[in-house]
Design a protein around this ligand. Sequence first.
Ligand SMILES: [Zn+2]
Ligand SMILES: [Zn+2]
Length: 292
Amino acid sequence: MITTEETEDAFTALADSTRLGILRTLWESDSGQATFTELRESLGMSDSGQFNYHLDKLTGRFVTKTDDGYALTIAGRLVYGSILSGAYNKEESLGPVTLSNPCPACGGSRTLSYAEEVVRVECDSCDISPSAGVPPGVFAGYDLDAIPAVANRYFRTIVQQTDNGFCWYCEGKTSPRVVPMSDIISGNVDYPGDGDELPVVEYGCERCGNTLTVNLGNSLLDHPAVISFYYEHGINVHETSLWEFATWNTDRTKILSCKPLRARVSYHAGDERLDLIVDEELSLVETHRTSL
Ligand SMILES: [Zn+2]
Ligand SMILES: [Zn+2]
């Protein structure tokens, strides 16, 4: 992980309205660049020595010098993009919206709602209630009935990015570990089947320490064996809601052994079942395809 000093350096570089104004001016510039004088004048500063002091604090980290002046670095774009992402705060709560497909765990009816930056799916017949954080800017500009599909695309994007090895928050290196769900949550939730044996995937970031917990059925959804299995049954996994592939009972997902760790997930389509068995690092150990 990076040191507190390095993090504070970066925050200090941004903690000034002139410096944020420089980022905004470069972001909004048509050419993506601006000269020293253009920047200084756009921020209404007459003292070029003082302006240079602020510009210097950003240069090298968030701003780079070009032949024609200054431009944002990728880190500068990411910082400014995250300011925009947090700038929308209108959609404080949304829903509930009734979901079209039944609960994959029990067949009950489900609703999706959004409050306090968390999307939560609730079932009227069981305690399975997946939830995940979503910044409010994600839902800006969509109608209420589009929210489940937008939330689904957002989660799929997060899972894919994290599974590809990049932290959603800081771009740091992530790696997966398959663990029993009882390691992650306290045992208050009444899951169908034997809750102790349910495996989940915990992705950890080496840089910021953030972790993301993903259902094993969702985590392996982009594996070629899974994509082709569903494709042969006429189902495009990329156009189907992530919730449909979440596995919450031990018929569909299970820890088979602890030392070495082996976990199985089963996908069902038509009259067939595809089993994937993975190790602790989420590497595929075996696949089986059987008729139901
Ligand atoms: Zn249910
Ligand atoms: Zn991170």
